[in-house]
Each structure stands twice: as structure tokens, then as C-alpha cells.
Design a protein around this ligand. Structure first.
Ligand SMILES: [Zn+2]
Length: 349
């Protein structure tokens, strides 16, 4: 079968190649790939900056934002042939650490977790893949191709849970939310905040393209410029850019008692005039919390399914801006100006 594979930490090694059918030890459920979303992590792996092959091998099957159709449900009795499923990405570490021991593998403390398509387990960019039934999330058939948005939505439902948990340390009734960055994570964060009935503002560099209208279609406000230009004092800021200046501005703009949730991963981005103690004083004197959030456990996958089910399907479809066949995978990995979510499509529904 065809698969998109890469030798991690070696740039320019990504290729579409023939590999053996998936190993039955990978799970009792056999799935036909329908589509796989591409995100910044995939681009980093392809550029040789991240990723780990399975032990004893040099190449990794790429892809962690899956959507597939069950070919053989195996003996579990939970799934049926034809069901649409999305594969959970992370597996608990083998020790396990206390977090993994209680099923909160997203909070793994020893770093020995594994991740499909990222860390030591093959991903979903192959014509067929196998999965353990307990890690196959069945989605409502009416979602169809939109199911590929489930994995990015889990990142947001976990982040939102973190925000709420932190906020409730004191009396707290959040009203205003600022989302920085209108990529897939930012737009889905805006969706979740709107589903909670909050006043939502989204900041992005794009002045044209689909992002402004997608934000406004949610009943949220779209802004360009700086965080200060938004002109509100947000109770919550969900930071999705990973840009140093935006992070600094967010910490300074959040309301007293407010929460800044960092979901973007950046590097370098030196910010001039950022005395750490001054920023920290700001946080101390206003009781702010800056919380980082990554990955998701099964509870967040379940909540993400609810978020997508409640959303307007036409709005969700607007996030899927480009689809390319596996043979043209490099086109999917090259960012274009108006991209939001690009998918590699293995089969039609
Ligand atoms: Zn762990």
C-alpha cells in the first residue's frame, strides 16, 4: 500500500512509497484512510526538526490528524464496517507515570509517551491503518469529511478546560475572550468560546481571505494590528501564534484575574524591551495565570466531538481550504496565503 513516510531529523527524506500492509499488532481494527490533515508539526518533521521513527526502524509514516472508514472492526463489537473513525494520537508511557496511569496521557510527566505520526508509532498517512478499538473515536456519520477537524478540536477542548479550571480558583465570570491567530486552532478556539456565549475577539495578520468572514460568521469580532489595538480587556486570552511579541502583549493585556493560555509553539522570536521581572510583576499584581496546554486525553476527544456536532457544518467546511491527493503531498506541506486547514485525501466518502 502507498504511504507518506519520512526519516525524522533528516530534511528532504519525505516520500510516497509502497510499504507492507499494517501490522495486526497495531490494533484489531482495520481502517481505510479517507483524509489526513496537515499542521505545523508535520512541516517541522518534514524539515528535519522533530519526530522519531519507531524503535528499530529509520522511517516513520507521517500524519496525526486522521479520518478513516472501518474496513474490519475486528472482535471488539463496538465498531461496524463503514463507521467513520478518527485515531487518538498519543499513547501513555509504559512506566507509567501518575498522569498516564489515570488516563491523562496529555499531561505525561516523564516524556516517554508515544504519538502516532510524530513519536515512535506510525501515523495515518497510509492507504490503510490499524488501531486499538479503545483509541478509535467513532464520529457522527453526518460530519463526513469534517471529521478530520476532530484532532485540532481536541487541542482546543483541552486548552479550554485548562482555562476554566484555572479561572475557578477564585470568583470568576469571564465575559470577554481574545484569540490571537486565526489558524485552525484559533478559529476552533473562537468557536468554543462562542458556544459558551462569550464576547469573542480574534486577532490575525490577514486582512483578506476567508479568515475575517469566518470569524464574523461566528458572531465574533475580527481585528488586525497589535493586541493593544483590539481595545478590550480580555478575561481570557487563547494564544495561538507562538510569536514572542504577541505572547508578551497578551500577558500585559489580560484583565486582572485573567488567564492567558499558550497553545502556539514558537522558537527564538526575541522580543526587544522585555524585562522578565517587569512582566512577572504584571502577573503578580493582577493575579494572572499563564498556562501552557498541549495534546488531549480521551475526555477532550469526547468533548471535541460534541463541539463539532453543535457547530454549523457549512462554517466547519470553510476551514477546509485545500485538498490534495497523496501523490502531491509536497503541495500540502507548502503553505499558501489563504490556507486554513489543508488535507491529503486518500479516498472519497
Ligand atoms: Zn506518562
Amino acid at each position: 500500500m502507498k504511504a507518506i513516510t519520512v526519516e525524522p531529523h533528516k530534511p528532504e527524506t519525505t516520500r510516497l512509497e509502497d510499504i507492507p500492509e499494517p501490522d495486526p499488532r497495531g490494533g484489531s481494527v482495520l481502517v481505510e484512510a479517507v483524509s489526513v490533515g496537515v499542521c505545523g508539526t508535520d512541516v517541522e518533521i518534514v524539515q528535519g526538526k522533530y519526530g522519531w521513527a519507531p524503535r528499530g526502524r529509520t522511517r516513520l509514516v507521517l500524519g496525526h490528524e486522521s479520518l478513516g472508514r472501518v474496513l474490519d472492526p475486528g472482535p471488539s463489537g463496538v465498531l461496524q464496517a463503514g463507521d467513520l473513525v478518527v485515531g487518538i494520537v498519543r499513547r501513555p508511557d509504559p512506566v507509567p507515570c501518575p498522569s498516564c496511569a489515570v488516563g491523562e496521557w496529555d499531561m505525561c510527566r516523564n516524556g516517554q509517551y508515544t504519538e502516532r505520526g510524530i513519536k515512535e508509532i506510525d501515523g495515518f498517512m497510509s492507504e490503510r491503518w490499524r488501531i486499538e478499538p479503545e483509541y478509535a473515536m467513532k464520529i457522527d456519520g453526518s460530519l463526513g469529511m469534517l471529521g478530520v477537524l476532530l484532532e485540532p478540536a481536541t487541542v482546543v477542548t483541552k486548552a479550554w478546560e485548562q482555562v476554566i479550571t484555572v479561572g475557578r480558583r477564585a470568583f470568576w465570570e469571564p465575559q470577554t475572550v481574545l484569540v490571537t491567530g486565526a489558524g485552525p486552532i484559533g478559529l476552533l478556539a473562537a468557536l468554543v468560546a462562542r458556544q459558551h456565549g462569550l464576547d469573542v475577539h480574534v486577532l490575525d495578520r490577514a486582512e483578506s481571505g476567508p479568515k475575517p468572514s469566518l470569524v464574523r460568521a461566528l458572531g465574533a469580532n475580527f481585528h488586525t494590528g497589535t493586541v493593544a489595538d483590539v481595545g478590550v480587556e480580555p478575561d481570557v486570552i487563547v494564544e495561538c501564534t507562538g510569536v514572542g511579541q504577541v505572547i508578551k502583549d497578551s500577558i500585559q493585556a489580560v484583565a486582572p484575574g485573567g488567564v492567558v493560555c499558550l497553545t502556539g509553539v514558537g522558537t527564538g522570536g526575541r522580543t526587544l524591551g522585555l524585562p522578565t521581572a517587569d512582566v512577572a510583576s504584571n502577573v503578580v499584581l493582577r493575579n494572572n495565570v499563564v498556562v501552557g496546554s498541549v495534546n488531549a486525553n480521551k475526555r477532550h476527544w469526547y468533548k471535541a466531538g460534541q463541539v463539532l456536532a453543535r457547530a454549523d457544518p457549512a462554517w466547519l467546511a470553510g476551514l477546509l481550504t485545500r485538498s490534495v491527493p497523496p501523490e502531491e503531498f509536497m503541495r500540502a506541506l507548502q503553505r499558501q496565503a489563504e490556507d486554513i486547514k489543508v488535507v491529503i485525501q486518500f479516498a472519497q466518502l
